[in-house]
Design a binder for this molecule. Sequence first.
Ligand code: 6PG
Length: 462
Amino acid sequence: IMQQFGVIGLSVMGKNLALNVRNHGFSVSGFSIDKPEVDAFAKYEDDKLKPCYTWEEFVNSLEKPRKILIQIMAGNPVDQTLQKLLPLLDKGDILIDGGNSNFHDTTRRFEEMEKHGIHFIGMGVSGGEEGALNGPALMPGGDEEAYNGVAPILEAIAAKTPEGRPCVSYIGPSSSGHYVKMVHNGIEYAIMQEFSEVYDILRKIAGKSNDEMSDIFAKWNNGRVHAYLTEITTNVLKQKDDLTPDHIIDHIMNIASYKGTGNWMLEDGVALGAPISVVAEAVIARFMSKATTREGKSVVWNGDVPEDLIDNLEKSLQLTQAVAYAQGFQQLTMAAKAYDWKLRYPSIAQNWEAGCIIRSSMLKDIEKAYADDKELDVLFQDPYFKELMENNIHALREVVSLAVKAGIPTPTLSASLNYLESIFNPSLPANLIQGQRDYFGAHTYLRNDREGTFHTEWYEEK
Ligand code: 6PG
C-alpha cells in the first residue's frame, strides 16, 4: 500500500512533523540522505510509518499526486534536493519546503517547478521542536489548488486556537508563505529585544532579583502581556545553573546570535520603504551585542525608583508588543501591493494565535481589527489599538525618559515610542529636508497649499 505523505529530512523538525502526521492517522514515509537519521526514524516504524533509505524507494512509496514535505537546512541543500527529486516525480505532484528559506529563493523555485508541472509550496513553520510534534503554526504559500490538496493533512497537524480553529490557512501565491514567516521572525526579534530592555530596567533601576523578575513576568503573563514569550521569559529567569549555585541567566554570555530571517525582513523593508524601525533596531541590537568592546562599567542607578515603574513597564511592554505587530502588518500590506499578492490579514493573525513563537492573546484583537477584509495602513487606526495607544503611551514616555536618565539603552522601546509619536503627526519636519534637497540639488518639492511641483531659486548669501 501507498503512503499518503512523505517527509525529506529527519532531524528534529522533520522527524517530529512526520510523527505528528502519523499521530493524526495519515500514513507517512520518511527519507534522509543522512543514514543515521533514517535509522533513528526507523525506531517508530509501524503500518503507518515507513523509513526509506533511497530516493527511489521513498518516491515510489507515495500515492499520487505525491505530497512531499522538504524539511532541511535552508539554502543550497533545498536546490540539490529539488534536482534529485525532479526526474523521479510526475506532473501534479506537490512539494512543500518547510524550512526558513529566503523568499527570493522560493519565488525562483516556485517558477522553476511550475515549468515542470510540479506544485511548489513555500511554507513557514513556527513553534520549534515541540510545536512540530504537537502543533506548529504553518504559513503555506503557492497555488491554491495545490494547497487544497494538502489542506486536510496540514489542518490536522497544525496548532489550534483556543476556539479550536487550525493555525494554518492558504496565505497567497508564490513565495508569500515564506514572506509571512520572515515577517513573523522580524516581529519575533522585535518583541524579544523589547523584553530584554524591560529586563535591563527591572534589574538595573528597580533592583529586582532574577526570582523577583520571574514573578513579575509571570504576573504580566496573566495580565496585559499574555504571550508565549512572556511565559518562557519567566522560566528562563528562574532557571538555576547546573555548574554554579547561581541562576543560569547570569552566566549566559550577552552576545546574541541570529540565522538572519529577521535581517531579511529589514532588507526587504528597506526595499519597500516600510517604516519598520523597531525591527531594524532589534536586528541592530543583535549586531551591537557582538560589536560592543565590553570595556567600561555597568550602570548603577542611585536615583529614586518611581512607585509606578513596574506598572509602567507592563503597559510599555503591551504597547511596544503592539507596535512590533503593527510594523509587521504594515510591511505585509506594502509587500502585498508591491508583489501583487492578495493577503488575508485576519487569517495571518489567526495563524499566529497558537503554535508559533510570537503567539499572544493580542493576535485575537489584531484578527478583529482586520476582520471583513478591512484595509488598514496602520494597525493603530483601529479603535481598539488607538485606545491602547492613548492609554499606554504616557507609561512608555515615562519608562524611556527614565532609561535615558539612567544611561540604559532602549533601542526598541525608544523606536516604538518614536513610531507612535510620528504616525499620527501632521507636522513632522520633513519640509526642511525637502527645502534642503531643493536647495542643493533642485530636487523640487510639493506645496501644502497648491497643486504641482515647485522649485525655488534659493537666495545664496555671498
Ligand atoms: C520559529 C522560529 C525559528 C527560528 C528561531 C531562530 O518560528 O520557530 O522563528 O524558525 O529559526 O527563532 O532564529 P534566529 O537564529 O535567527 O534567532
